[in-house]
Design a protein around this ligand. Sequence first.
Ligand SMILES: Nc1ncnc2c1ncn2[C@@H]1O[C@H](COP(=O)(O)OP(=O)(O)OP(=O)(O)O)[C@@H](O)[C@H]1O
Length: 623
Amino acid sequence: MSIRMRGVTVRPPRHQALADRPLLHRIDAAFEAGTMTLLAGKSGAGKSTLLHALAGLIPLAEGDIRYDDIPLWTEQRRTHPQAAASVGIAFQYPERQLFAESVRKELAYSLRPLRPSRQDKERMIEEALRAVHLPPSMLDEPVLTLSEGTKRKVAFAATVIAEPRWLLLDEPTSGMDSEGIQPLLRMLQAHCAAGGGVIVASHDLEAFLPLADRVVLLKDGAVAAELTPQQCCDAPELLARAEVGWPEQVRLTAALLAQGFPIGRCPLTPEDAAAAIAAGLRAKQAAVPADAAPLQAAGVAAAAATAEAVAAMPAAARGAAEHTAAAGSASEAASSLPDIREAASPPDGDGHDAPVLDSAIAYGSRAAERAGPTVRELHPIAKWISYICLSAGVLLQQGWTGLGAAAALCTIIAAASGGSRLILGSKALRFFAVFIVISALLSGLRIDTGPLQLGIEAGPALVTVKLLLRYLLIMALGLLLMASIDERHMQTALEQALRPLERFKFPSRLVTFTAMLMYRFVTMFQQEIERLSLIVTARGKAYVKPGTIRLRDVRLFFIPLLLSMMKHAEDLAFALEARGYTTKSAAASQAETVSFQRRDWLAVVAGFALLIMLWGVGIVDGV
Ligand SMILES: Nc1ncnc2c1ncn2[C@@H]1O[C@H](COP(=O)(O)OP(=O)(O)OP(=O)(O)O)[C@@H](O)[C@H]1O
C-alpha cells in the first residue's frame, strides 16, 4: 500500500488563528510500502502537521491524500474508515494521546476498532507491552504518573497494537534512553521488512539516517528537498539550506577532513565510521615515510584504537559511545572551523519538548500576537473602554441604516486587526446566527385557522432580526477584544485598576488571581476536549470533528478528563507560583507596570468618537 499526497495545503483551524498563513503549502509526496521516510526540518517547519494531515486528523484546505486508490477524505468530508484503519500515529507528546486510568485500559482502547475476543485482546495487550520492553506488571499502573520515557513506550505500544500498515511517528526517540531506542529502531525495521511503511518526523538524524530509505526536508510548510540519507550527509549544505543542523555523522566527517584525515564518504553508521577510519588510517600509514614524526604515529595509533574499540562494542552501547566520541572529536575540530561550527549548531535552540503546560499558558499570548502589533500593544483598559463605547453605539441602533453602519464598522475593525477568519470561524457566532434565523421565523409565524394555513409575516420577523443582530455584532467585537488581549498584560492592568479599591479592604489581588485562573482554566478545558477528540479519531478510528466529542464517548472520557484537569490545575498552580502569580506576593506583576500612553488615550477618544457617530446615525435613522 502506498500513500500519495497531491497539492496538499493545510490551514490552521479558523478559531485558532487570526492569520491565514498555510501550515502546509502544496505538498506533493509519495510514500511506498516497505520503506521508511524521515521527515526533517527545523522546529515549526511543519513535520507534525504533515503527519496529522496523513492520519486524517486535520482537514485539507486543498489537494488530496490517497492510500492506494482510497481517498483519505470522502465527499462527506469524513475520513474513509479503510484508509484511517491503515494508519497508526504516535504523537510528539505522548501525554496528548494517552487518557485512560491504567496502561491496560489504554491499550484496550486502541483495540476497540478491531473488536477482538476477550482472549485475543489479552494476548494482544501482553504482546504489545512485550514489544516495547515493558514488564506485564506495568499493565495496572496509572498512566498519569509514568515517567516520560515510559509514557512514550506506552504510546508507541498503543499505536502498534492495532497492527496498522503505516506507522506515523512524531519524535519517537525523544526522552528515551539508548537502551530504549535500539529495540524501537529494530521494530521499525521489522515493520518495513514485513511490508509496512514508516514515516518518522524527527530531529534525531543520528538515529534515523542509517535506517531511512528517504529523507524529506521540510521548510516553512513546504518540501525543500527529497534526498537519500547518503545524499544528506554528502551534501550537508542542503541540510543547512533547510535550516537543519548537521547530524553527528556529518560533523565527524567535517572534523576529520579539517584535520586532513582521508575519510572518503560520510559514514552513516558507527560501523561505517569505524571502517572508514580504519581504511583512512591504513591509507595514511602507507603514505607516511618511515622517518615521520613520532607524534603523528601516536595520534594515528590512538585513533585506530578508538575505531577498533567502537567496532568491537555491543550494538546498543556502541550507539551511545560512538555518539559521544563523535561529538567530542567533531566539536574539537569544529572549533578550528568557525563556518562549520556555525552551520553545525542546531538552527533552532528552542526545545522541541516544551511542556504542554507552557503551551497552555502561552495560548492567550499567541492569540494576542496574531492580532497585529498595534492593537496588541494597546492598554487592556483602553481596549475595554473602546469596546464598551462601540457596544453601546451598536445597542443604540434602531433602524437598518444604523445597523448597516455598525456592521460595516465591525467589519472594518475585524479586517484591520486581522480577525476576519476568527469571526468567520467562530462556532458561537454561527450558533447565534442560526438562533436569530429561527427566532425570526418563529416570531413571524402566522397560523390561520379556517382552512389551515401557515405563513411568515415579514414585519415581526424583521423586528426580531434587527433586535438580535445588535447582540451578534457585540459578540463579534467581544471575540476580537479577547483575542487581542495578552493574558499577562491583562492581569497587570486588572490588578492596577483594582488596586485603589484596596483602601476599602477590597481583595484586589485575590480577585485578579481568581479571574486569571478561571481564564486559563477555560482555555485548558477547551484544549483537553480538542485532545480527546483527536484521540477518538486517531485511536478510536471514529471520525469526529476536531474539538468535539460524541455523547457516547462522554462516559468513557469523564473520569480521565476530571483527573487530567486536576493534574493540570495542580501544575498550573505550581507554574503560577513559580512565576510570581500568587495571592500574597504581587512583586512579579508590579515589576511590569503598564501605563496609559498616548496611543491608549487615542484609542479611548476614537471609541468615544465612534459612539457619538453611531449615536448620531441612530438618531437620524430613528427619525
Ligand atoms: N492549530 C494551529 N494553529 C495555528 N498554528 C499552528 C497550529 N498547529 C501548528 N501551527 C503552526 O504551524 C507551524 C508548524 O508546526 P509543526 O508542529 O507542524 O512544526 P514541526 O516541524 O513539527 O515543529 P517541531 O519540530 O518543533 O515539532 C508552526 O509555526 C506552528 O506554530
